[in-house]
Design a binder for this molecule. Sequence first.
Ligand code: VGL
Ligand code: ZN
Length: 198
Amino acid sequence: MTHAVIVIDVQNDFCPGGALAVSDGDAIIGGINALMQQADAVVLTQDWHPAGHSSFASSHAGQAPFDVTQMPYGPQVLWPDHCIQGCAGAALHPKLDQTRADMIIRKGYNPAIDSYSAFFENDQKTPTGLEGYLRTRGITQLTMVGLALDFCVQFSAVDAAKLGFDVEVRLDLCRAIDLDGSLAAAQDAMMAAGVTLR
Ligand code: VGL
Ligand code: ZN
């Protein structure tokens, strides 16, 4: 039984002052740094979009941030431009201790498909490769933390549980965007998938 901490998207753009700031997003960083010290393995994820990404409202005439549009793969919330490859907003937060990170996996680089989950893009079938990485290292137990609880943490945790990993989410080490009840819906979806909320 090997245990990994998966730290989701603790990036400047999701912290106060960022393009898609989550309230108090930086308040969890000290606790995450401490948690990483106890893990067998640590993976960080990084939202990493090309400029003009299809998840940006600015890429769709007449649409505003937080509108929902229909993509070939289903409904998609449109976001302010954020986490653009190589820009300061996409960098991991400077207070996040990267020394314990074995692996940093990027996602959302496909211009036509968003990727909330660290395992599959939003078409729910294109893999990121993280499953193979964890399995080949013999990792079976995951603790997930980070931003945002109701988007990337939720999708990552649900996919991991569906793939058969033993998944726990530390609610105290996550913060949510909470759009139209998305936080309550995310907690229900995670519990239904067998994720332990702690
Ligand atoms: C996220 C919206 C858009 C997240 C990423 O990390 O939760 N949310 N891109
Ligand atoms: Zn994104």
